[in-house]
Design a protein around this ligand. Sequence first.
Ligand SMILES: Nc1ncnc2c1ncn2[C@@H]1O[C@H](COP(=O)(O)OP(=O)(O)O)[C@@H](O)[C@H]1O
Ligand SMILES: [Mg+2]
Length: 304
Amino acid sequence: MSAEAVAPAPGAAGALAPHVVADPDHIVVRGLHKTYPGTSVAALSDVELVVPRGTFVSLIGPSGCGKSTLLRAVAGLEGFDDGSITIFGATPEEACTAKSVGLVPQAPALLPWLTVRQNVELPHKVNRRADRRRAERERKHPVPSSPGLDAFADVDSLLDMVNLTDAADKHPGALSGGMQQRVAIARAFGLRPEILLMDEPFSALDEFTREALRLQLLTLWQRMRTTVLFVTHSVREAVTLSDQVVVMSARPGQVHEVIDVDLPRPRGADVLLSPQLHTIEDRVRASLQGAWEAGAAPVDLVAG
Ligand SMILES: Nc1ncnc2c1ncn2[C@@H]1O[C@H](COP(=O)(O)OP(=O)(O)O)[C@@H](O)[C@H]1O
Ligand SMILES: [Mg+2]
């Protein structure tokens, strides 16, 4: 799966079930249940989640607790057995068709024969209709104005914001892993999706590169205020980036606890080194321990 807007599933169904309330300001997951064919334990069981428009929410939990399954279900790429998902009042399939969902996977999935600039430009070139739909959407739900926002449709500005101006004419093979992931992030934000789903996008990178990318992601998000659902194994990453951290327990996957991260933004060095941040990290770790005890599943979280 590439980082551009998610392609609609062929033959995707449309309408909301009659009992599902269309909430225009939240992503709402209710009673979600999913068991993969041929498996005996549910991947997701009775998952409840409400994500307000414009917030940054992280999902954290033991490996196998259903984070990717949940993300794919929200993206309209994975069916489920019971429950409902609405994205600002639309079904995942409708959101998918409207190109309002972007996905950044673990591996950046760039096209190796195109340059950095061409990779970032590509979704615009192949998808002019998505640009029109986005313009309509932004008329209904204006994004907060801030310096630099208008420049986002401009590929040069995007490349500048992820510090890739000098690498614009290089091919992905000539870039480090961190640079490649920056290209993928620029590409995803450049489409201005309504929601951006990020599945452990930094997990293959070293800690130093991750730290730098977190800061760049924060800067981009601060300007765009796209609603982000971000899967991570890192407590530090979840707390640094998010408004809320959703701790999941495993087997079957459920939401164990939602922890508010009421730290000021922008999150500069003063915030990132503050005792409050460490207190929240400790709360997340304690919650993960509780989730582990509840699910008795192996925890493979990184300490950072
Ligand atoms: N395509 C699949 N077929 C069968 N089981 C799957 C499939 N994808 C995931 N699972 C199982 O569902 C559970 C949740 O997986 P996943 O969503 O990938 O978890 P996470 O992203 O939290 O590591 C795991 O037990 C996994 O083995
Ligand atoms: Mg996963």
